[in-house]
Design a protein around this ligand. Sequence first.
Ligand code: AMP
Ligand code: ZN
Length: 135
Amino acid sequence: MKNNCVFCAIAAGEIPCFKIYEDDLVLAYLDINPFSEGHALVIPKAHTTGLLDTSDETLAAVIARVKKVAGRIQKTLPCDGFNVLQNNGAAAGQTVPHLHFHVVPRRGDGAGEIAFANGKGDMDALKALAAKLAF
Ligand code: AMP
Ligand code: ZN
């Protein structure tokens, strides 16, 4: 398998997929374990693992295709809204280490299901953290 990576193998045509969009740089296909009807993945054909090791040029190309794919899904199926998700690292739930954006159509199925279990923020701690992170 190319790069020992399932998404590289899909991009190379070595493994089949339910393709919905393709161009020189990007491929989009249906997730085989969909959260909802039309749940799609958008990947660059070139292998990178996540946001931080992908060039700005590639990211710009991929996010523009995410927009096209989401628009196509929203118009065709349709849906009430959609989530765009992109996991980085196993700790964040990434199971396939090839950059991909999820486009997840939503249809009044309960906004909590993809939401994080947020806690209420401590304003002083947030102020200090923003000062530490600011650049
Ligand atoms: P993530 O957890 O962000 O790494 O998501 C990986 C996604 O890829 C999961 O939602 C899987 O269902 C999906 N997936 C894994 N293998 C395939 C495949 N061969 N074709 C389509 N989707 C896949
Ligand atoms: Zn890959």
